[in-house]
Design a protein around this ligand. Structure first.
Ligand SMILES: *[C@@H]1O[C@H](CO)[C@@H](O)[C@H](O)[C@H]1NC(C)=O
Ligand SMILES: *[C@@H]1O[C@H](CO)[C@@H](O)[C@H](O)[C@H]1NC(C)=O
Length: 205
């Protein structure tokens, strides 16, 4: 897994802190997806080098493999991480809102650094696959702090099928497991490119 290596200069980081809530409100993530924006950003970087920065635009090709995700974690705490697309199949007619792309629970934090690889994968990572002609979709990462280790009563979904990915609600999921509001997050936008048909073939759709 790739990691965001260089620490951000302090000033840049402070500017990012104030940007989470503002950008999530601007892009209507509050209230489309969550009622309260997280206070802190998460640092997200794809193996291609593409970074996720408050609604920037990436190509599906750049985001096809699982990214590295970091946030300010508390030692010995457990976290849940998700990536959702509320704009499925399109932002205008989001009848499958939300399509969930990635869901991991019980992520432990060692020395304040979350270790996603040691989390429990509920739904394997699937990159963005916005259908042709549906414009920009929002891809939102949210991190929740758990009240200890959880036992998840969820189907385990692979990256080989699109079954059971749609009609998801991260707010409903958070309520079910008593996760409260997200503590960190970030998002980008993407629209159709040549990688989408390849991904749809992988999903058998
Ligand atoms: C799908 O998931 C498997 C692990 O279950 C992983 O090895 C593989 O690289 C993934 N494939 C894609 C295209 O994401
Ligand atoms: C989506 O889920 C809700 C609640 O679980 C359910 O009431 C609704 O019928 C579902 N819609 C579709 C299209 O599956």
């Amino acid at each position: 897994m790739s990691a965001v290596r260089k620490p951000l200069p302090k000033l840049v980081f402070l500017r990012l802190l104030s940007s989470v809530a503002t950008s999530m409100a601007q892009h209507k993530i509050v209230p489309d997806v969550i009622a309260n924006a997280p206070k802190k950003p998460s640092l997200i970087k794809y193996p291609t080098g593409a970074k996720v920065i408050f609604g920037n635009i990436l190509k599906p090709t750049e985001a096809k493999d699982m990214p590295g995700v970091k946030w300010a974690a508390e030692k010995n705490a457990f976290y849940t991480l998700c990536m959702v697309d509320p704009d499925a199949p399109s932002r205008e007619e989001a009848t499958f809102r939300q399509w969930h792309h990635w869901l991991i629970g019980n992520i432990p934090a060692e020395q304040n650094i979350p270790n996603i690889c040691k989390g429990e994968t509920l739904s394997e990572y699937i990159g963005p696959a916005p259908p042709e002609g549906t414009g920009l979709h929002r891809y939102i990462f949210l991190i929740y702090k758990q009240n200890g280790l959880l036992k998840f009563d969820e189907p385990r979904l692979t990256n080989r099928s699109a079954d059971m990915r749609g009609n998801f609600s991260i707010a409903r999921f958070a309520a079910k497991y008593n996760l409260g509001n997200p503590i960190a997050g970030n998002f980008y936008q993407a629209e159709y490119d040549d990688y989408v048909p390849i991904l749809c073939q992988q999903l058998g759709s």
